[in-house]
Ligand binder design. Structure first.
Ligand code: AMP
Ligand code: MG
Length: 329
C-alpha cells in the first residue's frame, strides 16, 4: 500500500473509540457468519455481506429484490485486498492512488476467487475503497471484501441516513450501523478500465474530467446500447419516487405542473407557486439531499415533482443521471 494512504488510514482508525470498536467487531462477526449488515459509506448506505460467499451474497439479492444479473460492487480496505480479487493494470494503479479511498468503482478482470453470483455472471468485477471510517473498519476487521449495494429495495431511491435503511429493509438485516447522513448522497462513479479507453458506466462524484486529467486519455461516456449492456444495473429502473417526476428549467416549471399539486426542487426560484418548494444552497447540496427529499415529498399530497435541471458539469452530471432515471426515462 502507498505510504501516504497507510498513514491516512492509521489516522482515520485512531478516531475509533472502544465502544465503536466493539460494535464494528460485532458487524464483522455477522459478515463472517454469512449475515447482512447495513452501514454508511461516503456515498449512500450499503447493504453489506461477505462478497466471497455465495450464501451471503444471495441474501443481498433477496433482501433488495434485486435481479440476479445486476452485479455487486466489492468494497475493499486497501490496494492489497483489491489485488487478491481482480487483475490490476497500470490505469487502475493511477486511479487508485489518486482517488482511493473515494467514490470511484473500477471494473477490472475478476479473479476466480469472486463467486459468479457476486459479479452477475460476468468475467469482470467492480471494486472500490470507500472513504468512510465505519465502512473501512468493518472491512478491515472482518478482513473480507464486502459486497454492498445501496441498502434499499431495488428501484427505490438510495438511503442516505440510517432511519431510511431501517424503514426500507430493516427486517432483513441483523444490524444497521448509524453513521449520520452520508456526505455525497449519490452512488459511486463506475468506470470500466478493462479496454483501451476507459468507459464511464455510471457518473458519480468523481467526474469524467477529473479521471481524464489523471489518465491523459479520453473517457468514453455514451448511452450507446453496447455500453449500456456492459453495466447491467444501468438498465433497470432506479431511484424512483412514488410520485411522477419531471425535469424543467425555472421558466417552465408551473407549465409542467399543469394544474396539479406540485413540488419544486432545485437551486433557483421557480416561476409560479409550487405547493412545496425546496431550494438547495448549491448543486452539491442538491445531490446530497436528493434521495432524502424524494422520499420526504412522497409523504405529502403533492402529485408531481418538478426538478430543476442541474448544470452540466461536476456532480451536476451525476445528479442529472439520477433525476432522469427517477423520471423513468
Ligand atoms: P449498486 O450496487 O446499486 O450501486 O449498483 C452497482 C452498479 O455497478 C450497477 O450499475 C452495476 O451494473 C455496476 N457494476 C457492478 N459490477 C460490474 C461489472 N463487473 N461490470 C459492469 N458494471 C458493473
Ligand atoms: Mg442501488
Amino acid at each position: 500500500m502507498m505510504k501516504d494512504m497507510e498513514k491516512r488510514l492509521n489516522k482515520i482508525f485512531d478516531e475509533t473509540t472502544e465502544e465503536e470498536l466493539s460494535l464494528f467487531k460485532k458487524a464483522a462477526e455477522i459478515i463472517k457468519a454469512e449475515g447482512l449488515v447495513a452501514f454508511p459509506t461516503e456515498t449512500v448506505y450499503g447493504l453489506g455481506a461477505n462478497a466471497l460467499n455465495e450464501n451471503a451474497v444471495k441474501k443481498i439479492y433477496e433482501a433488495k429484490g434485486r435481479p440476479s444479473d445486476n452485479p455487486l460492487i466489492l468494497h475493499v480496505s486497501g490496494i492489497e485486498m483489491a489485488e487478491s480479487l481482480v487483475h490490476i493494470n497500470e490505469t487502475a494503479k493511477l486511479l487508485m492512488n489518486k482517488f482511493w479511498p473515494g467514490p470511484l468503482s473500477l471494473v477490472l478482470k475478476a479473479k476466480d476467487i469472486i463467486p459468479l453470483s457476486t459479479r452477475g455472471g460476468l468475467s469482470t468485477a467492480a471494486i472500490r475503497m470507500p472513504d468512510n471510517r465505519i465502512a473501512l473498519e468493518i472491512i478491515r476487521i472482518s478482513n473480507l471484501p464486502i459486497a454492498a449495494p445501496s441498502a434499499n429495495k431495488s428501484g427505490r431511491p438510495s438511503p442516505t441516513d440510517a432511519k431510511t435503511v431501517r424503514d426500507d429493509i430493516g427486517d432483513s438485516v441483523e444490524l444497521v450501523i448509524d453513521g449520520g447522513k452520508t456526505l455525497v448522497g449519490l452512488e459511486s462513479t463506475v468506470l470500466d478500465i478493462t479496454g483501451e479507453n476507459p468507459i464511464l458506466l455510471r457518473p458519480g462524484a468523481i467526474s469524467k474530467e477529473e479521471i481524464e486529467a489523471v489518465l491523459n486519455v479520453t473517457v468514453l461516456f455514451s448511452q450507446d446500447e453496447n455500453i449500456i449492456k456492459r453495466s447491467p444495473g444501468v438498465r433497470y429502473r432506479h431511484y424512483a419516487p412514488n410520485i411522477p417526476l419531471m425535469l424543467s428549467d425555472v421558466e417552465n416549471a408551473s407549465k409542467y405542473a399543469s394544474g396539479k399539486k406540485w413540488a419544486w426542487i432545485g437551486i433557483s426560484e421557480p416561476k409560479g407557486t409550487p405547493n412545496i418548494k425546496i431550494i438547495f444552497l448549491n448543486t452539491n447540496e442538491y445531490a446530497k439531499e436528493l434521495f432524502r427529499v424524494l422520499r420526504e415529498i412522497e409523504t405529502t399530497k403533492v402529485e408531481v415533482i418538478i426538478a430543476e435541471k442541474p448544470e452540466q458539469k461536476g456532480i451536476g452530471l451525476a445528479l442529472t443521471d439520477r433525476l432522469i432515471k427517477a423520471a423513468g426515462n
